[in-house]
Design a protein around this ligand. Structure first.
Ligand SMILES: [Ca+2]
Length: 419
């Protein structure tokens, strides 16, 4: 009898907790650490984007219908984690906790419900300029596999280089989780004080994809004997997967999947086609979103933006002047269901969250509408993730030397719908 009552009580508590999570940001009993005003979404079209500080190349033929039908309400933004230093990437693990990399080398495990963070490891990185500890990806079999993959800058004989490594997370369910057993997958990737790429993500093909920057040396982006200015595709052991386009090149150059990139800072995969997309920093003009085609040449440093030139692949979108697009994802949750199929990304320079609504949800070829959210409200934004309950989480980057840190920075902010 007692056991049954206990079971019922546990079940009720469980259902209650589920109900509390329906709206997205699971801030728990403590309440939000701090709240900011909701931003209205209506009327933020690509036209208004153009009239602010950037010029978008979007053709907004269906803007009004999308805006009117899709965004009737406002969003809510709640700080769930604060006092971070340059969070570069964040990934939710299946139990709802959040793994975060900070550029100085810390790896944190955070509970967004309580706002607590635990340092589980500190990787010895060269945190110089834009380099340091950057990308983070979970093994597709996590947590059955306890492997995570990171990209970071290190120093060798006075040279800055980037590498991709696999680590094991130990004691995940215990009181003292840790980071252990580094295996270097690829190293010697050219690095610099600027343009390090380093977003890492698993594709639906089960392979690890890695963006690299041109390291400040544009010519390297066109060379097949350099890993700079590329997108790489590799196995979980850093080996060349079957079907890579340059597989006859000597290792590690056979890892190259695409070339001619300047500084791709975001990487995600389309939910229907499985194709990879990157956000990419242009020089003073032509930030880009590129759809990656195997073996494709994306032009840098000889070409930028849309050029319609044989042998080169034009971007899906460009922005001039630049906005510095960073972390990106295709939204697929229920909390903000009107964003389903949209490409969501954050920007550093323009300090906003952007939503690109595709003309056709089945593929991301052209953009019907561009929404600009939270413009300048939180400062520079570098990372974005979708929570298990469907809220969006964005990470600020105000301590990166180009921002204006405010009280509580850097922060992870949860975005859901206002009640
Ligand atoms: Ca290009």
């Amino acid at each position: 009898m007692f056991v049954n009552m206990m079971r019922s009580a546990v079940m009720c508590a469980f259902l209650l907790s589920l109900a509390l999570m329906v709206n997205g940001c699971d801030v728990g009993e403590r309440g939000p650490k701090s709240s900011v005003p909701s931003s209205s979404l209506d009327g933020t079209s690509s036209e208004s984007a153009s009239s602010s500080s950037t010029t978008s190349s979007v053709t907004a033929s269906t803007t009004s219908s999308v805006t009117a039908a899709g965004y009737p309400g406002g969003y809510r933004a709640t700080t769930v984690i604060d006092d971070l230093r340059i969070p570069w990437e964040m990934r939710f693990i299946p139990d709802g906790r959040l793994l975060i990399t900070e550029r100085q080398g810390r790896v944190l495990l955070a509970e967004v419900r309580s706002g607590t963070t635990t340092e589980i490891g500190h990787i010895a990185v060269l945190a110089d300029g834009e380099g340091g500890l950057m990308g983070l990806a979970l093994d597709p079999d996590f947590p059955e596999s306890s492997s995570v993959y990171v990209s970071y800058t290190y120093s060798e004989d006075g040279n800055a280089l980037n590498r991709v490594s696999r680590f094991t997370i130990t004691g995940l369910d215990g009181p003292t989780p840790g980071l252990d057993s580094e295996t270097i997958l690829v190293d010697g990737i050219p690095a610099g004080s600027i343009h390090n790429g380093s977003r890492v993500a698993f594709g639906p093909d089960g392979y690890l994809w890695v963006t690299t920057g041109d390291s400040g040396k544009g010519d390297l982006a066109q060379r097949l004997d350099s890993l700079a200015g590329k997108v790489l595709r590799m196995t979980t052991d850093g080996k060349v997967p079957p079907g890579n386009p340059y597989e006859t090149q000597p290792y590690p150059f056979a890892l190259i999947f695409t070339l001619g990139h300047r500084n791709p800072q975001g990487l995600t995969f389309h939910p229907h086609t499985g194709q990879a997309y990157v956000t990419e920093h242009g020089p003073s003009s032509d930030d880009e979103i590129n759809k990656l085609q195997m073996g494709g040449n994306y032009g840098w440093p000889n070409l930028r933006g849309r050029v319609n030139r044989a042998g080169f692949i034009d971007p899906v979108m460009t922005w001039s002047p630049t906005i510095a697009p960073a972390g990106t994802l295709f939204y697929s949750g229920a909390t903000l269901s009107e964003l389903t199929g949209a490409l969501v990304f954050v920007t550093l320079k323009e300090s906003d969250l952007r939503v690109l609504v595709p003309t056709d949800e089945a593929d991301f070829l052209t953009v019907a509408d561009e929404q600009i959210l939270f413009d300048e409200e939180f400062g520079r934004l570098r990372a974005v993730a979708q929570g298990p309950e469907g809220a969006l989480y964005v990470g600020t980057s105000n301590f990166d030397g180009r921002g204006d840190p405010r009280s509580g920075d850097d922060r992870i902010i949860c975005v859901d719908r206002a009640e």
